[in-house]
Design a protein around this ligand. Structure first.
Ligand code: C2O
Length: 474
């Protein structure tokens, strides 16, 4: 417990926290206690002889020497991802947290370093793959990467502005992807939220090679990338946002997806992954500053009676933007923000744009920017503009060019029907609040494909665009 008590804590408050949760004022002052003693650190702050770095190298090389049939081998661990990982739904965060936790235990045993904690790679601060992951005969190198040591991930995806936007999302689903009936649903449930759809997918795609596929854990950087995703989830919680409390989430069990350090399969329950503090670890960035308890419900439900829909199929190329027109906007806006003329809209309603049935082709070659109603939109339109909604990238969704599945439902993972959801509440407030004379009955959602390289190509077909009001559930 050596790292305990960095923050002054009202212990009695914590002990009785459950009792007082009903009391709003009281719960708003609740501060989390640092109970964990294991600290995951940023890779770029570690010296070449840091014990965590040395242990990681040792573990990777020991695991790589084990036969593929050994559940604690490097290739078996990567296959777990291919067989079971949930993407584009709300099991994305808890599944990867469990995966990292089991992997870390396997690394401790393999390296003989029981104190090992998995480092993370903060790509917001250091946009290049860390230097220790490069070089011939380096066990941390993966020669299938399509970048070099100097290449930098896109600021638009991983930079502070986007990350801050993501960390301020109110709804869990907006933040960490949408509700689904199972980890690889075949009923069309689930959609990508902003953490998964932009920085997460982008880092996979940016590095490419193994990292661009479902055997991405073959590249040793994978685990540090996901530790950073996990850290951002913890940071979002520290800002007072609650994880889902619905039993369809908390009671969901990842059945024998993972192994322990002796190679035995284990079941892990989603709800048990909600608090990393309780799991015994913290990130170095959590050691200072306030860590709030769950202050607010983070659950929103779509009000489908008021939604706007355009279900004409459309396509997108690198040549020019595509605009999708939706009618009935004035009424939707007024019911989303009923008190628009008198005061600021409350935080209990949000407006989302849902782009669905997306089939990306050549998905490693481009990403997509989303705007609302921008006249003369083009690739030079600044993303600081108030009409800019956000961007999305792809990860291993395209048909055909991925290794065959060993098990699990790979068909569901390579569905060409992707869905991305964007929160457009702030855009609408900036565009129309106090300017309601500008409200028109038609509004345009615009998509702009941006190739990663000069002369790059983009191709995408999509089936539907919707604008929906979401209401906070109490
Ligand atoms: Cu399941 Cu970032 O991969």
């Amino acid at each position: 417990m050596k790292h305990e008590r960095r923050i002054f804590i009202k212990n009695t408050l914590l002990l009785t926290g459950g009792l007082f949760l009903q009391n709003d004022t009281f719960s708003k002052t609740m501060i989390r206690k640092n109970a964990a003693s294991r600290i995951r650190k940023e890779i770029n702050t570690l010296s070449a002889t840091d014990p965590d770095l040395l242990a990681y190298k040792k573990a990777v090389s020991v695991m790589k020497q084990r036969p593929a049939s050994d559940p604690t081998s490097w290739s078996f661990q990567a296959k777990i991802h291919q067989n079971f990982c949930p993407h584009r739904n709300w099991f994305f965060l808890p599944w990867h947290r469990a995966y990292l936790k089991q992997f870390e235990e396997i690394c401790r045993a393999a390296s003989g370093q029981p104190d090992f904690n998995l480092p993370y790679w903060n790509w917001t601060k250091n946009r290049s793959v860390p230097a220790t992951f490069w070089g011939a005969n380096n066990v941390l190198m993966d020669s299938s990467r399509r970048i070099n040591a100097q290449s930098k991930a896109l600021e638009e995806m991983v930079g502070t502005i986007n990350i801050e936007k993501i960390l301020n999302k109110q709804s869990f689903e907006d933040f960490g992807s949408y509700a689904a009936t199972s980890q690889r649903p075949t009923d069309g449930s689930g959609a990508s939220g902003s953490l998964e759809g932009s920085p997460h997918n982008h880092i996979h795609n940016f590095i490419g090679g193994n990292m661009g596929s479902f055997i991405s854990p073959t590249d040793p950087i994978f685990w540090l990338h996901h530790a950073n995703i996990d850290r951002l989830w913890a940071t979002w919680n520290d800002r007072g946002h609650a994880n889902p409390t619905k039993t369809t989430y908390t009671n969901y069990i990842f059945k024998k997806n993972f192994n322990n350090a002796s190679g035995q399969a284990v079941d892990i329950k989603t709800g048990d992954m909600s608090d990393q503090n309780a799991l015994g670890y913290l990130y170095d960035t959590q050691l200072s500053g306030l860590r709030l308890g769950p202050v607010n419900s983070s659950s929103f439900a779509f009000i489908s009676s008021t939604k706007l829909v355009n279900s004409n199929q459309f396509s997108l190329s690198e040549k020019h933007p595509t605009s999708i027109n939706l009618t009935g906007f004035k009424k939707l806006y007024q019911s989303a923000f009923p008190q628009v003329t008198s005061s600021l809209p409350t935080k209990s309603r949000e407006v989302k744009a849902i782009i669905s049935d997306i089939n990306p082709l050549k998905e490693e070659d481009y990403f997509v920017r989303v705007f609302i109603d921008y006249p003369n939109l083009n690739k030079d339109t600044p993303i600081s503009d108030k009409h800019y909604v956000g961007s999305f990238a792809f990860f291993a969704s395209e048909h055909g060019d991925h290794p065959a599945a060993v098990g699990g439902d790979m068909k569901a993972m390579h569905t060409p029907k992707l869905t991305y959801v964007f929160d457009i509440t702030n855009n609408l407030k900036q565009l129309f609040l106090g300017n309601s004379e500008n409200l028109k009955d038609d509004i345009k959602i615009q998509l702009l494909a941006i190739p990663y390289r000069a002369n790059g190509k983009a191709a995408l077909i999509a089936g539907k665009v919707e604008i929906v009001i979401a209401q906070k559930e109490v």
